[in-house]
Design a protein around this ligand. Sequence first.
Ligand code: PEP
Ligand code: MN
Length: 338
Amino acid sequence: MIIVMQRHAPKEYIERVLSEIKRYEGLNPVPLYGTERTVIAVIGDERILDERHIASLPGVSKVMPVLHPYKLASKETKHERTVVKCDGVTIGGQTVVVMAGPCSVENEEQMDAAAKGVKEAGATILRGGAFKPRTTPYSFQGLGRKGVLMLEKAAKKHGLVSISEVMDVRDVEYIGNHIDIIQIGARNMQNFDLLKEAGKNKKPVMLKRGMSATIKEFLLAAEYILAQGNQNVILCERGIRTFEDETRNTLCIATVPIVKELSHLPIIVDPSHGTGKPSLIPPMARAAIAAGADGLMIEVHPNPGVALSDADQALTLQDFQNLMEEIRPIVAAMGRII
Ligand code: PEP
Ligand code: MN
């Protein structure tokens, strides 16, 4: 159920509704503050709620059922699109945001060269994995907290926002203290404790689609983060596992318009993990933007030949610069800026 408050309803009316709902054991009201209107989503078994009483409270405009199982992520609950703001960079607004950098943080020189190169090409967010989810325990596992600090240093030096993946609930606070955007990877999309911990942290969270997740499951995973009161959630389509083996994954561009129909959350596309092939990354980046994506995540390495993870899909700095030039006319055609 969602409770839609009247436009510009005063704070005390909102507080009154919140406290009335809290009186019911097992119900948790989550307010979503819009620029004009506040809506309150009720989490829990709402059948116990006296709907008519809530509807009669001062400042309440209407009480509505939510048809989708995800409430807070749904466009039914919040019509205004969510724009995540992060140190002067906005995700989900008019600007198409580009996150770029190596798969893994390897050393300071690599991060410095990557940061300098992606910044010059026009990226605003620097990526780099410090905690790496690797298929085999024998491959490079990432530098851990040391890697987080290297990413932080390179991003700060070059005036970039930073993003890095967290795999363990015990590292969420640490990442949140050093990195601007917390990434939850495909393999952890349904790690519910991790989602909740990231939701408690107030840093923006980018959630990648699980490789066998439906869009409903994807949005329900986002719901876990939102239900903790963190409204700054960014979704990322990174391809799913199908019978096709010509590409690393099958990159589902349709996710972009589907998510835009169902949700107010920004959605970006990762054609690097989505295809696994450098030659396919620029065309899929163009397709993603043409489909309405709010941004891209691209793996770029100053020297892909020596990369410790995902070397085969890394773009060189020159390739990345070319990609940025290629997407500019598509961005303009979509009435957006970069
Ligand atoms: C990554 O972006 O570093 C990553 C591991 O991607 P995914 O979770 O999509 O596999
Ligand atoms: Mn990778």
